[in-house]
Design a protein around this ligand. Structure first.
Ligand code: PAF
Length: 279
């Protein structure tokens, strides 16, 4: 496994490689878990050249404590990547991706950022789009893989790559879950076992929504589910929305099967978790 810290070195190495192999890219912020590894496993199915980046991107954090507390486990990450035969890791410092006084770039997400994560985390998606655009322009992959757990991020990245005319397929990979149903996330590392157990209410609620689609209206389902969280005050519910996958706006009537998503953000012991289900 080759490791590069400088984009120039990565670019010249990639240029020297056999161009018959499709480049597949998995950008991450490290603290790798089964969810990340499943992105790489999916990418590997086609015998592509797999490039993974590990970079905790400061511009997407609107809370400096969250940035500081973001788990950094480089040694274990590199070990896990070499074990699953990742070909190349790009491990830049902030200065390799951002100029000293670089101004933040603002994107037009065509309303995809209007609700949910976009409401509570001002500037978050501009930061994500900025770093993803930079990384895609460096790596120039044919395919790039992102988890469906961050559904809004996934849809926004699909949108901007089309808008920017980048020649890349953005592929969403289903969420990997613990046996309990809890969505795998780097943030789970900050939760005690008991909090992880309590946090399973998030996925249980999402399943309840998708199973009861025919029994209740959207308004009723939302009321019932918000009520479930009121019985568990240790989980602070930030939002529970049922949206159309197409524009990520809350809906009053269901769309066709597979075009609805229920999305939740909740905080437990200062750890913010998000999850969704598509139905
Ligand atoms: O999902 C993530 O880990 C990050 O938002 C990403 C896409 C790597 C950009 O920093």
């Amino acid at each position: 496994m080759k490791i590069f810290k400088l984009k120039e070195e990565l670019i010249s190495y990639l240029e020297s490689q056999n161009s018959n192999k499709t480049r597949s890219f998995v950008p991450t912020m490290g603290a790798l878990h089964g969810g990340h590894l499943s992105l790489i496993e999916t990418a590997k199915q086609n015998n592509d050249l797999i490039i993974c980046s590990i970079f905790v991107n400061p511009t997407q954090f609107n809370n400096s404590t969250d940035l500081e507390k973001y788990p950094r486990t480089i040694k274990q990450d590199l070990h896990a990547l070499s074990k699953i035969d990742c070909d190349i890791v790009y491990l830049p410092e902030v200065s390799d991706l951002y100029n000293k006084n670089e101004k933040l770039k603002f994107y037009d997400f065509n309303g995809l950022d209007k609700f949910m994560e976009g409401e509570g985390r001002q500037g978050h998606f501009d930061g994500v789009a900025t770093v993803v655009e930079k990384l895609l322009r460096i790596v120039k992959p044919k395919k790039a893989y992102f988890g469906q757990k961050d559904l809004q991020q996934l849809q926004i990245i699909k949108h901007i790559t089309i808008q920017l005319g980048l020649d890349v397929d953005i592929i969403g990979v289903p969420t990997k879950r613990e046996e309990s149903g809890l969505a795998m996330s780097s943030r789970n590392k900050r939760l005690s076992e008991s909090d992880q157990e309590k946090a399973t209410l998030i996925y249980k609620t999402l399943q309840f929504i998708s199973k009861n689609k025919l029994n209740y209206t959207i308004k009723e389902l939302k009321q019932i589910c918000i009520g479930k969280f009121e019985y568990h005050p240790e989980l602070d519910l930030e939002y529970l929305e049922i949206v159309s996958i197409e524009n990520l706006h809350p809906i009053e009537n269901y769309k066709e099967e597979g075009n609805n998503a229920a999305c939740i953000a909740a905080t437990i012991s200062s750890v913010r978790l998000i999850d969704n289900i598509i139905f």
